[in-house]
Design a protein around this ligand. Structure first.
Ligand code: DGL
Length: 277
């Protein structure tokens, strides 16, 4: 087992996990973070289960090889399609089975029962996340009486990644999917943004929703849940380094990563290109 302290690994298919990283750093600025974006192979949203699982496992192993004892899958698609298999099949067989991998779906849904009065909720996510039905399955375990509807929004990630999230063109696709979701059930009063990119569309989303509908952007819930996890798992907390730094790794060229990351971050950063296989 590694005795040296090491950063928390944050993995995403690309840039979207930066929205989660931002919120985690707000709540826990003292820790070190190692962000890995698999930008060269993103988006994961419309990829098959097998491919998302394979790519995610490779990324987790890469972050482990950098010493991270704890990895957060800051990607809904990876959390939906790969987390369970990694936790249950792969981790126990690894050289150090005490390392941990956590996702973003569970922390997000833990609070929705409190937020919803009508007990009808909506999930907006990528095709992959919706196709896995991970949100309704996980919600069903915690709150079996909640009524859940899902809507895949395949155009929303490209809108954000191409910096079009504030443009008039974005309104068409935002409205289209919100109307599709609400037409399934007019009693929906809580909508989960189940994709890392969607918080950037939040203002537009708000515009097309009735005022009684709560929007759940997951970053803050993931952050508080992680804080709580570390309070409950002191052995893990002791393994984490605390210099307040963040290092960025990407499978894409450094300059490309830095340029697009600026959409998600309010600071200039350096990045390193790595190969994962
Ligand atoms: N990060 C992904 C998610 O949260 C969105 C981007 C992608 O499709 O790779 O589902």
């Amino acid at each position: 087992m590694l005795s040296q302290k090491a950063p928390i690994g944050i993995f995403d298919s690309g840039y979207g996990g930066l929205t989660i990283l931002n919120e985690i750093r707000k709540v826990m600025p003292q820790y070190d973070y190692l962000y890995l974006g698999d930008n060269a192979r993103s988006p994961y949203g419309s990829r098959s289960f097998e491919i998302v699982y394979k790519f995610t496992l490779q990324a987790v192993k890469k972050l482990f090889s950098f010493g991270c004892p704890l990895v957060i899958l800051a990607c809904n698609t990876a959390s939906a399609k790969a987390l369970r298999s990694i936790q249950q099949q792969d981790l126990p067989l690894m050289e150090d089975p005490t390392r941990r991998v956590l996702g973003v779906i569970r922390p997000t849904i833990e609070i929705i029962d409190q937020l919803s009065s009508t007990k009808h909720v909506g999930i907006l996510a990528t095709e992959g996340t919706v196709g896995s039905h991970s949100y309704p399955i996980e919600i069903g375990k915690l709150f079996p009486s909640l009524v859940v509807h899902e809507e895949a929004c395949p155009m929303w990630v490209p809108l954000v990644e191409n910096g079009e999230y504030n443009s008039p063109g974005a309104d068409f696709f935002v409205r289209k999917h919100l109307e599709a979701l609400l037409s399934k059930d007019r009693a929906i009063d809580t909508i989960v943004l189940g994709c890392t990119h969607y918080p950037l569309l939040r203002e537009k989303i708000q515009q097309y929703l009735p005022s009684f509908v709560h929007i759940v952007a997951q970053g803050e819930y993931v952050a508080t849940s992680l804080k709580d996890y570390l309070l409950r798992h002191r052995d893990m907390e002791q393994r984490l380094s605390k210099e307040g730094t963040t290092r960025y790794l990407s499978t894409e060229q450094e300059s490309k990563f830095v340029e697009k990351a600026s959409v998600f971050l309010q600071e200039s950063i350096l990045a390193e290109q790595i190969i994962i296989d």
